[in-house]
Design a protein around this ligand. Structure first.
Ligand code: WT7
Length: 650
């Protein structure tokens, strides 16, 4: 089976793949000098990229940089919804499919740019009717249905700030985000479909909004009769009933300053509390739009499918703002890849003639496990370019993707980026760059990255260190919502003047970058970012637990799986039932994606003499490695008993 990335396998990887002549012949970017010119004058490069947007007042300043705060195009005025929807209604794409939506049960819907525009305008009228004003926060907790992008774009149209919460988050996580964002309106659905089952979103909302500022809840009916929840008079409103009563007149886009906040998206960090990443209007959209043209080589006749959920940044940028700003056709799929069976993704590609496909390494490894005869029984000849995102891709999965999905014909763009960066930062330009399985290659034009040692000194080729971004870029986060100090410390506190994303990387002799994964206390489980501290806080919240230490261990499909080491309170008896209860407790506190794969009860946790939990040691135990230095342990016998217990488990 597959091995997740480790330095040994990466360093042995020496295959390279040049783009084909056929791909180059049609590619948008084929002039190599763009790298040179953009690095000599990044501001001129980004100003030129900004000209692909429609501005109601053009900018005269490009960048104001007062580290760590950047302002881009700050005296410019535009509206993001106008740029993603309305201008395409005016420029000949009126009847072009904007969103091709496929529901999990098999229903589908196509929204042209004109239809999408009318829906967004009705929703914008509805927000105003509900008292939402420019700058107010609106929390959106929806499944992958058209009302999700429609709600986001309606917020953008009126200048409200959306904060989308992934439907897999629990009531308790939703509540934390509502409170932090201080939102008064929430948009949800009665429930969502997932792998044939039903996700009770409205029930979660009912719990989550107790003791929060939420005054009104708009409920989209997705599931219907099977998903009854009580509607509270005066608080809960049905989307379809309310929308019907709204004016059918166009809604005039609110003129927004370039630096006005477009959205907040929460992500995990090294401490217990998720942080609200703040993105700007113009800079974010310039980044998203640029990468569609340069990295994804988007053309008017492409059908672009990004399989991510819009609840994550990948969905924000590559299902909504990127493709729509480019006037592209985007496929949006509601459900799981194995609903009703394991042919679903390839059926969708065939049905809609998908030409660009963007998914995560964990999905690719799942498809590998299911066997290549499944995709082989489908016509995937419309594909011309494929991407991956979310975690390092192991060369074996890259090769499988290349051979069995791309049939050796499609370049692969491995895109490294983060919630904070807004759009792809390190990725090949597919018509220009030879690719290497497992490497995201080089920074895209206009982005300056480096690999530095712990003192901030750049490493020489052939060495590894910390990945940094050395210059500001338009789609960078502007701050952490309500906590600018945390923004400063987390991202600019390690290496002065440079942005530190938390990833380790290796630089090869050709200066290709090989991302090695997080080097902080953040896990990456199936491409989802989860803080070890978050899971630990959820565990110690349970009355039986005295102490918990959580690590991400290598897992052949998920990339990492969560292992929790738990000590119980005096008098508590450990049992398989307690184990299940604790796993469920984490699901209730955070969401299903944070469920520990295994819990090990231990009398004590390995600690240094200064009482710091030695996570590295726990990871060595969980991954069955020879233990490194244990001399700093306060009580070395703790480790032996843990090792024995872990072996017993297997
Ligand atoms: C972290 C960001 C924006 C993408 C979705 C996840 C890891 C992301 C790659 C890649 C290696 C990757 C990093 C990063 N990551 N893409 N192509 N190769 N690692 O966004 O939840 O903000 O997580 O995902 O560790 O720091 P996110």
């Amino acid at each position: 089976m597959t091995e997740p990335n480790n330095l040994d396998t990466l360093l042995k990887e020496n295959r390279t793949f040049e783009p084909s002549a056929a791909f180059i012949a049609q590619a948008t970017v084929t002039d190599e000098s763009v790298y040179q010119s953009a690095s000599e004058d990044p501001q001129a490069y980004w100003a030129q990229q900004a000209s692909y947007l429609s501005w109601s007042k053009p900018f005269s300043t490009i960048l104001e940089w007062d580290p760590p705060h950047a302002k881009w195009f700050s005296d410019g005025v535009l509206n993001v919804a106008y740029n993603t929807v309305d201008r395409h209604r005016e420029n000949g794409r009126k009847n072009k499919a904007a969103i091709i939506w496929e529901g999990e049960p098999g229903d589908s819907k196509i929204l042209t740019y004109d239809m999408l525009g009318r829906e967004v305008d009705k929703a914008a009228h509805m927000l105003i009717h509900l008292g939402v004003k420019k700058g107010d926060r609106v929390v959106i907790y929806l499944p992958m249905i058209p009302e999700l992008p429609i709600s986001m774009l309606a917020c953008a149209k009126i200048g409200a700030i959306h904060t989308v919460v992934f439907g897999g988050f629990s009531a308790s996580s939703l509540k934390d985000r509502i409170i932090d964002a201080d939102a008064r309106l929430l948009i949800t659905a009665d429930a969502g479909f997932r792998r044939g089952g039903i996700v009770p979103l409205k029930q979660n909302v009912d719990q989550a909004i107790i003791d929060t500022p939420i005054e009104k809840v708009v409920v989209v009916q997705r599931v219907g009769a099977d998903a009854h929840s009580t509607m509270i008079d005066g608080r809960d409103l049905l989307w379809h009933k309310l929308i019907e009563t709204m004016p059918k007149t166009p809604f005039a886009p609110e003129p927004m300053h370039a630096e006005d906040t477009l959205f907040i998206l929460y992500t995990s960090g090294t401490t217990g509390k998720p942080k609200g990443i703040v993105h700007s209007s113009a800079g974010y959209l310039v980044g998203a739009n640029t990468s569609m043209r340069t990295v994804f080589d988007i053309k008017d006749d492409d059908v672009f499918w990004c399989t991510a959920d819009i609840g994550w940044i990948t969905g924000h940028t590559y299902l909504v703002y990127g493709p729509l700003s480019a006037g592209a056709t985007v496929v949006m799929y509601e459900g799981a890849p194995d609903a009703p069976d394991r042919h679903r993704f390839w059926n969708i590609i065939e049905k809609y003639g998908v030409s660009i496909f963007y998914t995560a390494p964990t999905s690719i490894r799942t498809f590998m496990k299911w066997g290549h005869d499944i995709p082989q029984s489908h016509d995937l000849s419309t594909l011309r370019l494929m991407g991956t995102v979310g975690e390092p891709i192991n060369p074996e999965a890259w090769m499988w993707y290349h051979e069995h999905i791309g049939h050796g014909r499609c370049p692969i763009v491995d895109t490294w980026w983060q919630t904070e960066t807004g759009c792809a930062m390190i990725a090949p330009l597919p018509g220009l760059i030879k690719t290497k399985p497992g490497s995201a290659t080089k920074a895209v034009p206009g982005i300056a990255v480096d690999v530095v040692d712990d003192n901030g000194t750049p490493v020489t080729p052939g060495h590894g260190g910390n990945l940094v971004i050395t210059k500001p870029w338009p789609s960078m986060l502007r701050t952490v919502w309500g906590d600018d100090e945390r923004f400063r410390k987390t991202y600019f506190g390690q290496f002065s003047g440079m942005y530190f994303p938390g990833d380790g990387a290796h630089l090869d002799e050709e200066k290709y970058i090989w991302i090695l994964g997080r080097i902080d206390d953040v896990m990456n489980v199936s491409g989802h970012r989860i803080g070890t501290m978050e899971v630990e806080s959820a565990l110690v919240d349970h009355p039986a637990v005295a102490e918990a230490a959580v690590i991400g261990r290598a897992h052949d499909v998920k990339g990492q799986a969560i292992t929790a080491f738990v000590t119980v309170r005096d008098g508590v008896k450990t049992s398989p039932e307690l184990m299940t209860e604790l796993k469920n407790h984490v699901v209730v506190k955070i969401g299903a994606m944070a469920r520990p794969e295994e819990i090990l009860f231990t009398a004590e946790l390995p600690k240094t003499r200064s009482a710091k939990i030695m996570r590295r040691l726990l990871r060595d135990i969980a991954e069955g490695r020879a233990l490194g230095d244990t001399t700093t342990l306060a009580d070395p016998s703790v480790v032996d008993s843990l090792k024995l217990q872990y072996q017993d488990k297997e």
